[in-house]
Design a protein around this ligand. Structure first.
Ligand SMILES: Cc1cc2nc3c(=O)[nH]c(=O)nc-3n(C[C@H](O)[C@H](O)[C@H](O)COP(=O)(O)OP(=O)(O)OC[C@H]3O[C@@H](n4cnc5c(N)ncnc54)[C@H](O)[C@@H]3O)c2cc1C
Length: 379
């Protein structure tokens, strides 16, 4: 049974139309100039695309994860994984977490403008000494009267250099294990907040990936996300959907790369025949296409579990591991079939390969995905 109805397909057509008009004519220049296109966010907001998971109260359309999945796959076809992930980290991860757990004051401050695209959100878990092992988070929040005072740093934060609000995982009680973490909503105008640097990267050139520092950053208790001591559990919930989001986007990207390659090999001739008519190439492309189809079905199974409000930790971890690895393999083979042209920036596979390479690391490395799955299998 397919996950997507006619309504989802119409939604995807509207995304494609928007992308053709507002994004695809500019995306190569953005990538070449390492430009983070903040200017596109209000246009996405006006089209209703930033409020897929947000309530009408904030200007959203309050759809479920099946529509968010349809978005991820279609939007993921845009050849700029850094840009599309930046939008998704804002609209599908940070803003919905704020909506779900935030205080009325924090929601009032940011959610309307998040939906309009005039404020951008980020979610900061990773630190210089805590990536795969988030229990090692050192950012510390200490209670001081009615406030909390934060000190510490985060690294690799998508949208970090442009964000207006950053959901930040910190330790409030180092002796309390998983109950010792709390998430805070940081207004980046706060004087204790600073962008230490943006990182130069292999791919994701249209995305700012930043190191952030917090120095005696004072926050009112209304900027606690949900309850004190619940940060770890909120993070694990957000990460589950974030991993699926990254994987669905990889499906979209791999499919776009495959389609572009099929067009190319059907045109270019070698030994008096097209590359695409040579049996070994046809068979290999068919093998990868069938694995991609299976990967998509696996993702849709995960989406259904989330729509039904069921646990999907094991399934999402396995899907991310298998499908994101496949996307890299597929982009690499597409580059191969382009020959020397594939190695140039004039054709897309090199960008897909550089961009999709991150997806087996970001949101949790492949080895961590297997560790989680093994833990669930032996539970
Ligand atoms: C472009 C980009 C954007 C990002 N965006 C964000 C963001 O918005 N917010 C955020 O909080 N973070 C973000 N990250 C951080 C990302 O989630 C981490 O890089 C990732 O979780 C890995 O952590 P680490 O880099 O510290 O690697 P480490 O934890 O040092 O791991 C290094 C390697 O060790 C291996 N390894 C890890 N665990 C195991 C294990 N259990 N068994 C065996 N081997 C293992 C893996 O090969 C792994 O790649 C981003 C990263 C990048 C590069």
């Amino acid at each position: 049974m397919t996950l997507y109805t006619d309504e989802h397909r119409i939604f995807q057509q509207s995304i494609r139309k928007f992308a053709e008009k507002e994004i695809l004519p500019h995306v190569d220049a953005w990538e070449e100039g390492s430009h983070f296109p903040s200017e596109i966010f209000p246009k996405l907001g006006a089209a209703g695309f930033l409020g897929i998971l947000l309530d009408e109260q904030w200007g959203g359309v309050a759809r479920d994860y099946s529509f968010a999945s349809a978005w991820c796959e279609e939007f993921g076809r845009i050849p700029s994984v850094g840009f599309t992930t930046g939008v998704n980290m804002h609209a599908l991860i940070s803003a919905p977490a704020l909506q779900r757990f935030g205080s009325p004051a924090a929601k009032e401050q940011f959610l309307g403008s998040a939906c309009e695209g005039t404020a951008i959100g980020a979610y900061a878990f990773t630190e210089p000494g805590a990536g795969s092992d988030l229990t090692q988070v050192q950012t510390r929040a200490v209670r001081d009267g009615n406030d909390y005072v934060l000190n510490g740093s985060k690294i690799f934060i998508t949208n970090g250099a442009r964000a207006d609000f950053v959901l930040t995982l910190a330790k409030t009680d180092p002796t309390a294990g998983y109950d010792g973490f709390t998430t805070f909503v940081i207004d980046t105008k706060n004087s204790g907040f600073a962008v230490a640097r943006t990182l130069s990267k292999l791919g994701w050139h249209s995305s700012d990936t930043a190191e952030l520092t917090f120095t005696d950053l004072r926050l009112s208790k209304e900027m606690v996300l949900g309850e004190v001591g619940k940060g770890w559990y909120q993070a694990m919930q957000s990460l589950e959907w974030e991993r699926l989001m990254l994987t669905l986007a990889a499906v979209g990207g791999a499919r776009a790369c495959l389609e572009e390659t099929v067009r190319y090999v059907n045109e270019r001739k070698i030994f008096k025949q097209t590359i695409g008519s040579i049996e070994v190439n046809r068979t290999e492309l068919a093998r990868l296409a069938s694995k991609l189809q299976a990967g998509e079905a696996f993702c849709h199974h995960c989406t259904r579990l989330l729509v039904e409000g069921r646990r999907a930790r094991k399934e999402v971890s396995l899907a991310k591991r298998v499908v994101c690895q496949l996307a890299i393999e597929l982009a690499d083979y597409c580059l191969q079939l382009h020959g020397g042209y594939g190695y140039t920036t004039e054709f897309r596979p090199e960008r897909w390969l550089r961009d999709l390479r991150l997806n087996t690391i970001g949101g949790g490395a492949n080895e961590v995905m297997l560790k989680i799955a093994a833990g669930e299998v032996f539970r």
